[in-house]
Design a protein around this ligand. Sequence first.
Ligand SMILES: Nc1ncnc2c1ncn2[C@@H]1O[C@H](COP(=O)(O)OP(=O)(O)O)[C@@H](O)[C@H]1O
Ligand SMILES: [Mg+2]
Length: 644
Amino acid sequence: MDVTDKFLERIKQHKESTKKDKFRGYLSDYLELIEAGKQVPVLAHKHLYDSIIHYGMDILDDSNSRCNKIFDGEPVKIYNYFSTHFFGMERSLEKVMRFLHSAAMKGEESRQVLLLLGPVGAGKSALVEHIKTALEKSPAIFALEGCPIQEEPLHLIPRSLRPSFKEEYNVPIEGDLCPICRHRLLTEYEGDYTQFPITEVSFSVRGRKGVGVVPPMDPNTQDTSLLIGSEDISKLDLYPEDDPRVLSLNGAFNVGNRGIVEFVEVFKNEIEFLHTMITATQEKNVPSPGKQAMIYFDGVILAHCNEAEWNKFKSEHTNEAILDRIVRVNVPYCLEYTEEVKIYEKLLGRSDYNCHIAPHTLDVAAMFAVLSRLKSSNKADPLTKMKIYNGEEIIEKGLIRKIDIKDLREEVEEEGMTGISTRFIMKAIDAALADSTKEMITPISIRDALIKQVKEQVTNTDDRNTYLQFLQKTLHEEYLTILEKEITKAFVTAYEEQAESLFNNYLDHAEAYVNNTKIKDKVTSEEMEPDEKFLQSIEEQIGIKGSAKNNFRADITSYMFSKLRRGDVIDWRSYGPLKEAIETKLVASVRDISRIITKSKSRDKKQQKKFNSMVQTLMDNYGYNADSAEEVIKFASNNLWRDS
Ligand SMILES: Nc1ncnc2c1ncn2[C@@H]1O[C@H](COP(=O)(O)OP(=O)(O)O)[C@@H](O)[C@H]1O
Ligand SMILES: [Mg+2]
């Protein structure tokens, strides 16, 4: 009973806190609100734009590394309303918002349909849902009481008074009364529009208030009443044929008036069915069922579909009229794997999973997804391209490889419109989890699940082979590299310090070498030549041989000193190629012991202690649990340190 009592109390509080006196009044009251600036009548596009922009916006400029590396240094607008829900699709969102912004300013866009075009699972439906939710959270609008299309009360004002209204209030009025309100005005209020009651209406998707949805229809059951409502047959007996009281204005365009009309998978519909869409955009009118005049429509039309349907539709030139009315925004798959990981995290967070996800598991899945989505390049292999698209530095022969993401983008026309979908990955995650006896998934189990799923579900042979190559070779090797580094870090006590000390030594010796000076021993103060052997032992890790060393040493020295001059802090991670060399050297330095200790079934006491401490570090510092640590160590010892 206690719980119920408590909860009932909660309900009571909630009711009170959400209770807000709904406005009810007349034109005079409404006009006063407008004059006082408490209410600004706006059209649908502006209302929607405002309700999204209200959450704020940031600009990612060239002080941000993602802006520089991913977006070619062009500033990107980040809209707070989307940024917590959608990842790696900033460019598409920017276009959507640009559309809404121009439409809000009554540009040509206000007479266009916004079409989101993208492959399955790219987030089109989720995006439209989220946009609709923005309306639900937005302030209520004022509407004529009882109006089936919640129309703007200013429609009451006769045409002849509108110019002076505009002058006084600086608000233009668009549109005329709907047939139902007009009829009521004449019959119930004897034409006295100051007596027509006005109220507030909130947007509601489920309540079909300000949001209309048109699902894809089977051609046989397609019926325009879905769009524009119908005549109520039961009332046809009561009223004359042209009496507005027979109308049921409950079609998507009626319901979505002043808000959004959504066309789901729009081109699955017959073309005839879509003509209403043109009229609605072009003329801002929709037909009325029966014999009434056209009905004014003010709303944002959002449509979405995939590329195959779009291409089919586009190829028929009878569709030109509609095409002319469409602003297309591509919604490709995410091509940055660290952003893709955030999608999985979002989707996993939503379900009841309570399992352990070993480090790098989602990365491996996301890398696979991105690899499958990228088109091949003449300038970089797939893995390299994937990393560049992720904003990473590519180290090659001691240099940061200068491939511009822009050049890679320019090689291809559209990218991210094909490949593995987010859903495919989520299914593999589910499968890996279902197969697990230990309530966990690891890079190893996710890869197995993906391989299995590709074999079962990808029917195109070329795709299947490419995907399997990615999983069985490219990512297998990539993961081993990641894993070896991680295990090394766990093995080497005080890894950071060791790396830092290698770095400092290297810099001292390289500088002396470049300047032709000597090094002073810190302890004995003895002067000595730069240690060539030591320098080379680092450089050879990244394949620097022969005279290449001169440039490398000079580059590093000047790079580091210019950083220091600017007051930047430098450490062993500061210069990509050197970081890589140091890491590789540390990995190599413990390779033997790693092999012996991870492999041996009968470790001596000292080895066992070292092993335990490594496992503990993996758990404490790197996010493993005992089971996943065991699994990856086993994997490493089978694949990395083969006895040779
Ligand atoms: N870039 C992304 N950011 C966030 N979530 C995404 C992204 N792409 C896809 N999703 C998620 O994937 C799921 C499938 O997307 P959905 O909207 O049904 O795709 P579509 O309608 O394009 O086929 C949704 O839950 C969506 O939230
Ligand atoms: Mg969809």
